[in-house]
Design a binder for this molecule. Structure first.
Ligand SMILES: Cc1ncc(COP(=O)(O)O)c(C=O)c1O
Length: 365
């Protein structure tokens, strides 16, 4: 925490402070431990242009979902060859623009999407999004996307009839996945699809293991090395040796390298509950708090010894804007600064101006 405090500029809060050295070390660590794997940063986690440029320089590819994200990357000089999309449901104009820039791999999970891809990006490689258990994830990504193994095989085989090239399987174990068993189970399910598709006369070659690598939200989590070790071993056991392996980490590359800097804007005691109001809340940075993602709150000043339990809320005039309960902190005063970690992923990316609250500026220091 002290490093963030040391790096902190004199600037009105709220803002997101990204530690350049920590970002570099996250990327190096990820690339070092994911041998034989194409790594595509999921831009949605933090689309800050300076972060994107750093990652491009480090050799990462990018995973995107929309035309706006494509325009952002192209505007920063990212080579379209380094860009993929794993959004299973895409706007036709986005598919068309990706195709126009030379992208030839698209994810799908329905007949309608396959037909759309066949029309907008004829002859492209298609990768099926498989449902997998998200039981160890704090931010599950089930339900909205994906199909089970039988449907996956049918769709892959059907895509051939549309003139597409059935190329592979992708899944997501859920964001902030804190266990390693999820990857085991997901790889077995993917191998099943692989085998059945081969029985149907189609050899796949792309295995995309998605994101899900966790950040430190106040508790120890498995390292990228530990997770990838398991993935790599299991892939070698279950899949042919010459497959194209891809990963799309978002959170793991940016979360721990960033801290939101907020200030106390108010306090209240209500029915025995101590409330602390900050200038960062659900609507302008801490949206994931509504999914019970925990954050660590560290005062800049000496916290003293008179520690109490606090309910922490944001600045808007809305009762939904509560970010944490039972947080032990010493008494703070209006204007005191608080560091909120990890702040680098899914914070400013989600932030809105609701109620006129300020979207935190991003500072890379
Ligand atoms: C398709 C896809 N890939 C990658 C990611 C990044 O996941 P994470 O931030 O958990 O690594 C997401 C997150 O929603 C996603 O939907």
């Amino acid at each position: 925490m002290q490093r963030f405090i040391d790096l902190c500029p004199v600037q009105e809060s709220p803002f997101l402070l990204m530690d350049r050295a920590a970002l570099e070390s996250k990327v190096n660590d990820f690339l070092t431990h994911t041998k034989n794997c194409g790594v595509f940063y999921a831009v949605k986690a933090n689309p800050e242009p300076q972060v994107i440029s750093m990652f491009a320089k480090a050799g990462l590819g990018f995973e995107i979902s929309s035309t706006a994200e494509l325009d952002l990357l192209l505007g920063l000089g990212v080579d379209a060859k380094k860009i993929i999309t794993s959004n299973p449901i895409k706007a036709p104009a986005f598919i068309a623009k990706m195709y126009q820039h030379g992208v030839r791999q698209f994810v799908f999970d329905s007949v309608t999407e396959a037909e759309k891809i066949a029309e907008q990006a004829p002859g492209s490689d298609v990768v099926i999004r498989l449902t997998v258990e998200n039981l160890e994830s704090s931010w599950p990504l089930t339900d909205k996307f994906g199909v089970g193994p039988d449907e996956a095989v049918n769709l892959l085989l059907h895509s051939r009839d549309l003139g597409l090239n059935p190329a592979g399987v992708t899944f997501h174990v859920g964001s902030q996945c804190e266990g390693v068993l999820s990857w085991h189970a997901a790889l077995e399910r993917a191998a099943d699809v692989w085998r059945q598709t081969a029985e149907g006369g189609v050899e796949l070659n792309v295995l995309n293991i998605g994101g899900g690598f966790p950040a430190n939200h106040g508790a120890d989590v498995p390292s990228v090395a530990a997770i990838y070790d398991i993935v790599f071993t299991r892939v070698a056991e279950l899949f042919p040796p010459d497959i194209t392996l891809e990963a799309e980490p978002g959170r793991a590359l940016v979360a721990d390298a960033g801290a939101l800097v907020g200030s106390v804007v108010g306090k209240a005691a209500r029915d025995g509950e101590n409330w602390l109001y900050l200038d960062v809340g659900v609507f302008n940075g801490l949206m994931e708090a509504v999914g019970d993602i925990p954050y660590v709150f560290t005062p800049f000043s000496d916290p003293g010894t008179d520690v109490k339990k606090w309910t922490i809320a944001g600045p808007s005039c809305d009762s939904f804007d509560v970010v944490a309960k039972d947080i032990s902190l010493a008494e703070l005063a209006v204007g005191d600064r608080v560091l909120i970690t990890p702040g680098g992923a899914y914070t400013t990316a989600y932030a809105s101006n609701f109620n006129g609250v300020q979207i935190p500026a991003v500072i890379v220091a």
